[in-house]
Design a protein around this ligand. Sequence first.
Ligand code: HEM
Length: 240
Amino acid sequence: MTTEKIDPEIINNSETALVPNKKDNYKLKIFNGCMNLMAHVLIGATVGVSILFSFTYDFDYYGTKVHIILCVLGYQLLMAEAILTLSPHNSWTTSLKYVHKRIAHWVLQIMGSTLAIVGSFIKMMDKTVHFDTLHAQFSLVALLFTTACLVNGLTSLYAYELRKIIPGTLSKVTHICFGTIAFSASAVCLCYGFDKPSFNRWATPPLKAVFMAFVGIFTVIIIVNPIINFVDKSFRSLKR
Ligand code: HEM
């Protein structure tokens, strides 16, 4: 296979992954590694507590249990990991080549989005009036941007092949933007979920505050890298 047929970004990224830049700031690397570890711990704690709550709380509508489990697994576990796969500081993907990171990213993204969309519709079926609460409104934003992100994820995946129809940078920049908005909206939605009467009856107020803080912290850590990429790609395409 000749390199001309491959997206240049894949070649550049795989090269940087194989030959570490000696000039890289060592302290910054340690800091980024610690942030990545913290994100994983907080994701685990948040997802674990949400699942424990769904299994132990006696809901009137059984679908609420399924709703919470699918949405949290979809957005806060799989989608979070999907975004992290492309981060240069992510622990479990550092030894992967960039091509394989991309595969892990889209597989996790498709699985996460499917669970989140199904989980959202299960709860919608229980309601007659829709999007009347802040929890529901943020869930709608997350749902719309997740769908848009899935669609232009495909054009980003084939950005090099489709470059004559859609400029590659445009696909990638909008994909990063849609994905970051979807993930951030799902985090706000989850915090409003933790504010529901059922969760308030199950957890003490400090525990609720701790888990809202956990969601805020890991969401910020996760979206930093996509935001940097978004700004970088946008500036580079404007300079051209
Ligand atoms: C990322 C996580 C979550 C997402 C994406 C999400 C999404 C949704 C969606 C789409 C609806 C239906 C909106 C409508 O048709 O108007 C809904 C409703 C609901 N969800 Fe969640 N949810 C999440 C987490 C939670 C959690 C943790 C709870 C915990 C109690 C919860 C409890 C509820 C309740 C009680 C409703 C019905 C009342 C309302 O719409 O505000 N959800 N959610």
